[in-house]
Design a protein. Structure first.
Length: 272
């Protein structure tokens, strides 16, 4: 399997915002030689600038040919940013994009013919190494390049692959936007606790720790979520009374289905 130390040419990171920095930290933690790293970022954070002391090349005047280029810029500036990368694409260069809404066809139109392209959708828990990313590669991607893409993405969490790029819209709606749903749930639980009589600070802490702890339990357990839910629910008890509301005809499942369908459609609209 191709690792982060197997290639001779440098790794180029285009865009060092929050997600780009999360990936950067993961690569260095996994042993990537800083001297093999080139960062293109017009407004680098201090944490990025300090890496030059370790050998990282920041905004070189003539960026070299790359073993891999990771594009982590905002999709709004993608047309200009991607078009500028053609000179860094050589034989065998992998181009990995984590830009929301920008398709493989979009990349293919702006990069040299035959470039190996991978589109991926991570999510914000990448900031703590607990993200989940789904990737899709073009037909030009070799087995070694796919392995390299997996290693690059694994620096921020779990990695899954799909063959149908059309599924990326649903991935964006479920896992890409999903952290916001969990945060909203936490907010709503805290507000409901206050409405039930709890002091606000206590309600907020109980909601936050309950959601975080339940997530960690689910992460560590091989038991499916439905069984974990059933394990908390005693017949005729307090949890059962709450679930009767949440699992009703207008309950949580219906709301989430509608929410994810709306987000999926919006992702398709943005991709054109």
């Amino acid at each position: 399997m191709t690792t982060l130390s197997d290639f001779e040419d440098p790794l180029v990171l285009v865009g060092a915002g929050k997600m780009g920095q999360a990936m950067l930290e993961g690569w260095l933690a996994r042993g990537l030689d800083p001297r093999k790293l080139v960062i293109l970022e017009p407004q680098p954070a201090e944490s990025v600038r300090t890496l030059t002391a370790r050998g990282v090349r920041l905004n070189p005047a003539a960026p070299p040919k790359a073993a891999a280029i990771v594009i982590a810029v905002k999709p709004q500036i993608a047309p200009d940013a991607v078009s500028r990368l053609a000179a860094q694409v050589g034989d065998g260069t992998l181009v990995l994009s984590i830009m929301a809404g920008r398709t493989l066809a979009f990349l293919r139109e702006r990069l040299p013919g035959g470039t190996a392209l991978v589109r991926a959708m991570p999510n914000t828990p990448a900031a703590v190494g607990r993200g989940i990313t789904v990737a899709c590669g073009g037909p030009e991607v070799t087995g070694a390049q796919r392995a390299l893409a997996t290693n690059l993405l694994a620096s921020i969490g779990a990695v899954e692959w799909v063959e149908d790029e059309g599924l990326i819209d649903a991935v964006t709606a479920l896992s890409g936007s999903g952290p916001a749903y969990v945060f909203l749930l936490t907010e709503a639980m805290a507000k409901a606790g206050v409405a039930a009589g709890l002091p606000q600070a206590l309600a907020e802490k109980l909601a936050r720790e309950t959601v975080a702890g339940s997530g960690e339990l689910m992460h560590r357990s091989a038991v499916d979520p439905a069984t974990l839910r059933q394990n908390v629910t005693s017949p005729g008890g307090t949890t059962a009374a709450a679930l009767e509301v949440l699992m009703g005809p207008n309950g949580l499942e219906r709301l989430l289905s509608e929410a994810i369908a709306a987000a999926t459609q919006r992702s398709r609209d943005l991709a054109g």
